[in-house]
Ligand binder design. Structure first.
Ligand SMILES: CC(C)(COP(=O)(O)OP(=O)(O)OC[C@H]1O[C@@H](n2cnc3c(N)ncnc32)[C@H](O)[C@@H]1OP(=O)(O)O)[C@@H](O)C(=O)NCCC(=O)NCCS
Length: 193
């Protein structure tokens, strides 16, 4: 129960500014939260993209990203998309995808190749907004399916994709080790029994 007769104890404060400056601060409207924008990549975004990729892969691949930019950025309008998320004038994420026709015997569909969000901006909806914008662009091109592939041990990206509604599809990735040389012709040409 509150003791109504007792005066309120003084509030502890570390603000040493003058009463007038404190009053001004109290009256100032709160700064609006910075708006997240998703847009097509520009050449000036590349250093930020290279740096962001390096935080995830540990590799600084400037030449690789120049090639990706030429293919999906400059020449990508239409079926190829290289999107960046921008918060407070800074690139904080990117996503890259493309519509591919009749690959693996499947009707045209949108493929997501890469998605990354700066660690300090994660779990605030940036990845979801990038994926939603990519899906929207694919939809405008008339495709109804979005596909991707993930490393089987990357549980973070799998949690993210599941949260966005992605589920295991009907395509099965297969691979083989081709580092070893092909078998010698004699062995290769031996008649089968
Ligand atoms: C995966 C990644 C893109 C997600 O970006 P993000 O901006 O954090 O994603 P969102 O904030 O939109 O998260 C949406 C949902 O994803 C799931 N999710 C995101 N981060 C998660 C985490 N660390 N653990 C579990 N689930 C997570 C949640 O369900 C989340 O919804 P919620 O916030 O309501 O819980 C980002 O973590 C990233 O860049 N990871 C490393 C990059 C990578 O491995 N890329 C793969 C190579 S292509």
């Amino acid at each position: 129960m509150a003791d109504e007769g007792r005066a309120e104890p003084p509030t502890m404060t570390t603000d040493t500014s003058s009463p007038r400056s404190r009053a001004r601060k109290a009256a100032a409207p709160a700064a609006p939260a910075p708006e997240l924008r998703i847009r097509t990549v520009k050449a000036g975004d590349l250093p930020a993209v290279v740096a962001l990729d390096a935080t995830v892969t540990g590799l600084h691949k400037a030449a690789y990203w120049q090639r990706v930019f030429r293919r999906y950025g400059i020449n990508g309008q239409g079926q190829r998309h290289f999107l960046v998320a921008v918060l407070d004038e800074r690139v904080c994420g990117f996503a890259i995808g493309e519509v591919r026709d009749w690959e693996f015997g499947a009707p045209p569909c949108g493929w997501l190749f890469a998605i990354d969000v700066v660690p300090s901006a994660r779990q605030q909806g940036v990845g979801g907004r990038l994926l939603a914008e990519l899906a929207q662009r694919f939809r405008r091109e008339g495709v109804h399916t979005l596909r991707t592939m993930t490393a089987s041990d990357n549980s973070l990206i799998q949690s993210f994709f599941r949260s966005q509604g992605m589920r295991a599809g009907h395509l099965l990735p297969l691979e083989m080790d081709i580092e070893a040389e092909a078998p010698p012709p004699a062995a290769a040409g031996r008649p089968r029994r």
